[in-house]
Write a new protein. Structure first.
Length: 135
């Protein structure tokens, strides 16, 4: 009986946590409109998160194991640079994003063969265009 009671209490608690009313208040009574600005900023910066499957990229480009390790490290740097650009104010965002892309292309040109680099460049440019971040 105790188990059943605890299960019902847990279920109702979870339901109350996820429920919200029509007046912009969540179940805890916090105003959800106050968090709208934070959500809007997160939405605008979400497009700067260039996460992709490195294994599939490796297969597409025909990378060797050494190249794969280098591309993985360069991807971390690139994502960090884009995160910095996303968090910057609007006036500097475009310049930081362009700088990050140019730096990534420069580093990738050292790691990839010319054929691989051409494919990579096409993939990155397409990804950026699809996210509305055209260089």
């Amino acid at each position: 009986m105790k188990r059943l009671y605890l299960t019902v209490v847990a279920l109702l608690s979870m339901t109350m946590t996820f429920a919200g009313d029509k007046n912009g208040m969540d179940a805890a009574g916090a105003n959800t409109a106050a968090t709208s600005a934070t959500t809007a900023k997160a939405d605008s910066t979400a497009s700067y998160d260039i996460s992709y499957n490195l294994r599939r990229l490796g297969e597409t480009l025909g990378l060797t194991l050494d190249q794969m390790n280098s591309v993985e490290a360069l991807n971390r740097i690139f994502r960090g640079d884009l995160k910095t650009a996303a968090e910057a104010d609007k006036a500097n965002r475009k310049a930081l994003m362009d700088s990050a892309v140019e730096k990534d292309m420069k580093y990738m040109s050292y790691v990839l063969t010319p054929e691989q680099f051409d494919k990579y460049q096409t993939l990155i440019n397409t990804t950026l265009a699809n996210r509305g971040l055209e260089k």
